[in-house]
Design a protein around this ligand. Sequence first.
Ligand SMILES: Nc1ncnc2c1ncn2[C@@H]1O[C@H](COP(=O)(O)OP(=O)(O)OP(=O)(O)O)[C@@H](O)[C@H]1O
Length: 480
Amino acid sequence: MDPQPENDPPAVISDRVIANGIVTPLILTIDGELRWTESGRRKSTVGKDILSFVVEGNKVRVKTLVERGAGICCKENAGDYTRKDFVFEPLSDESRKIWCDKLHQHLQSLGRPKKLLVFVNPFGGNKTARKIFIEEVKPLFEDANIQLEVQETKYQLHAKEMVRSIDVSRYDGIVCVSGDGILVEVVNGLLERPDWRTALKLPIGMIPAGSGNGMIKSLLHPVGLPCSAKSATISIIRGRTRSLDVATISQGTTKFFSVLMLAWGLVADIDIESEKFRWMGSARFDIYGLQRILCLRQYNGRILFVPAPGFESYGQPASYSVDKELPVSDKALGYQGPDTKLEDLEWREMKGPFVSVWLHNVPWGAENTLAAPNAKFSDGFLDLIVMKDSPKLALLSLMTKLNDGTHVQSPYASYLKVKAFVLEPGTRIDEPDKEGIIDSDGEVLARGKKSYKCDQKALMSYDKLQITVDQGLATLFSPE
Ligand SMILES: Nc1ncnc2c1ncn2[C@@H]1O[C@H](COP(=O)(O)OP(=O)(O)OP(=O)(O)O)[C@@H](O)[C@H]1O
């Protein structure tokens, strides 16, 4: 065994091996870094980025990830990893056995997932999820020795249906190669299980492969990682997790569990009605958005909210009486929302007309929309952005600021955090026989009279909705 320089992390094993045809000391540090000397220069793998190893005859092949340009110019390439193998030959059978034991112990100590259930939505976004999975995701998971059970979703709500009955103890996580839609299905399916409390501890991972990838963008962007399939996969392999607030939207006994957002007015109208311009790709939002601002709609209605500490000055004081709920015996066995005593809270209200009401759970609504720059994954609050009447030019400039989140600084936008929320949606000001659309997590929750495709079924009616937040209820794979 060879001595180590003084400031280096302690060695788990240090031994002479053959690497690239020459005998060199090789060290595995306690941080999971391999260090050796090549042509007189010290070389190393990045700490903790050994994916797996295999024995090939007398040699050991270590599969690692290397940050492109590491040590030369890191900023531009941050998070851009490439796969690289390091092959070495221990000098004896005994030494090879010790190396294998130590590498195995190191990998076991990292708490990485061993078995994942993977949903691939071949119809999400521009229909590239299958290709992304096969070319970018699967090879990395295989190199990390993670066992996969892959299920392509065959129809809407397929993922939700499956997670309602899977044996959660068989998996270390669920991965969605999709847009945000499958994530929402998975969370709703898990919450409908009688064992929801345990089921929600199963981490959910996202690989961006849809048109709305707001959740994974919210996870990767703050740590400087690109919103790519590769960085998302590496984050899952590393196995770190974080908790995520879940909002319960209820109308009578009907419930929907939201992890991203709820919109009514301008944002919902652009999101849903621009569907008819789907062929334009993401430009549909800008072009239809422009049209909606030029022919601006305003809606009657009222919102009630319980402000987070520090936001008590928004709106006017109000009282709220909660609708009677059915006795527990009449309810399904799944999660029923947080046990908050809503009557005891300090409610405030804002009255219409409204241009837009937007609630957000995480910062990014889509890859280019920083909807709620101060939103936190598990602060127990939703970020509320309210827009009332404003000059069209101001609204247009506000829409152009959505990509950097500065729209919330506009004097025409109110931006606050709320603990509970009630929406009482009303009719349009210009055409009072028409109502709007309520959109949650990209799905139409309610369609009012004479709204876009109003004869299609929606989960709830265009009426009062109540929203409460359960802090950190769900679990996500996260880069940090
Ligand atoms: N095989 C399928 N055929 C049709 N729809 C499906 C299929 N599998 C899943 N879906 C539905 O596709 C919807 C969108 O999924 P996803 O979130 O992956 O994509 P998205 O790109 O964010 O959404 P969209 O393409 O609708 O904008 C989900 O609501 C899901 O239920």
